[in-house]
Design a protein. Structure first.
Length: 194
């Protein structure tokens, strides 16, 4: 199974986080993150959403770690100093944790922060969220003939949405609005399986 390290910028938005975790729960990929990344997305969300409390986000963090007990990578600190060539040295912990966890990909919206030359040594590749989602679809189709695993994840996502509920059409429109055009087109074409 493909293993991907999720950067804070794809865990920070609740809709991205929920989509990724539902797909991982369905078996589309093995997610990884680190305590540093969890702190980062939680702090950023608290700064922007004054209606949320630290306790609420801590509960979410605990639920993530409970649902994916092997996802939180620790013990990567000794690798941080080996990471060089990043535009922002504060991102070295992401590469170190991804490598320590055995990830193949770093899923991030900040591709420019993870140049391929800096990742090659660690056999990592940074992918934008939509590129990663379409890779998951491709792998699922190769394995099953149709995207059964992705469909299962999307069905679980849709059933789990409350306050408010969302129809398939609303979810597809939301993904388009968020810039996930190819994924929205895929979801529309395969709406009978989710």
């Amino acid at each position: 199974m493909l293993t991907a390290f999720l950067d804070a910028c794809v865990l920070y938005p609740p809709d991205y986080r929920d989509l990724l975790l539902r797909l991982a729960q369905a078996g589309a990929f093995q997610p990884l993150w680190s305590p540093d990344v969890q702190r980062e997305w939680m702090q950023n969300l608290l700064l922007r959403r004054t209606d949320l409390t630290e306790e609420q986000l801590e509960y979410t963090r605990q639920q993530m770690n409970r649902a994916f007990p092997h996802a939180c990578v620790n013990g990567y600190e000794h690798i941080v100093d080996e990471v060089y060539g990043l535009p922002d040295q504060n991102d070295r912990h992401v590469v170190a944790a991804a490598h320590a966890g055995g990830a193949e990909y770093i899923v991030t919206e900040n591709i420019k922060d993870f140049p391929s030359e800096a990742l090659e040594r660690f056999e990592l590749e940074a992918l934008r969220l939509e590129v990663f989602l379409m890779l998951l679809v491709e792998l699922d189709v190769r394995s099953n003939g149709v995207p059964l695993t992705i469909g299962k994840g999307l069905a679980t996502l849709r059933r789990g949405l409350r306050n408010p509920d969302k129809t398939q059409e609303e979810l597809i429109a939301h993904w388009r609005k968020r810039g996930l055009h190819n994924f929205a087109k895929f979801a529309l074409g395969y709406r009978k399986i989710w």
